[in-house]
Write a protein that binds this ligand. Sequence first.
Ligand code: GLN
Length: 194
Amino acid sequence: MKIGVLALQGAVQPHKEKLIKLGVEVEEVRHPSDLKKLSGIILPGGESTTLVHLIRLNGLWDALHEFVSTKPSWGVCAGAILLANQVRDPEQPSLGSVNIMIRRNAYGRQVDSFIRSLTPTAFWKNKERIEGVFIRAPKIVELAPGVVPLFMDEGDVVLAEQNNCLVSTFHPELTDNLIIHEYFLSKCHESSNP
Ligand code: GLN
């Protein structure tokens, strides 16, 4: 199985390392042709406005839009902003494959980064808490019916899924735990071998 990591900007390397540890092939995605033969893609954290600009500059917008609408796709932080169908603070274009409203930089300027223990919802497979690293993180402020909350931080949904897509406002690639990467790979397996 081959998994893509959008490699235009941001935290690409730590995702690659986790995926390799989990035994899958990794493709760095920069151009439309890189999306061929992928079982899924991770859109990593970084700066979403810059990512929108670079995706367009590389002629990747339409192909990526098509991919995330149909195949397993996981947006982390800035990547979650790219997948949300409504972006605020400020509004900006997005690929819109997850029916959520997301507010950028929602934790304020002075508190840019923090680590907190996250609580699984009843929809998650077990009751184990995980550590969440938040870096100038957005907040999911609205979820449409059909978007399933999977992990919470003090009343806010920080990991959610809708059909083929997963969004997290924290960075699972920056902790030792492999559980969210494993979960994403299980979605990729399922969709490749239905
Ligand atoms: N603040 C960034 C944005 O709004 C996201 C930060 C991140 O990906 N860690 O795009």
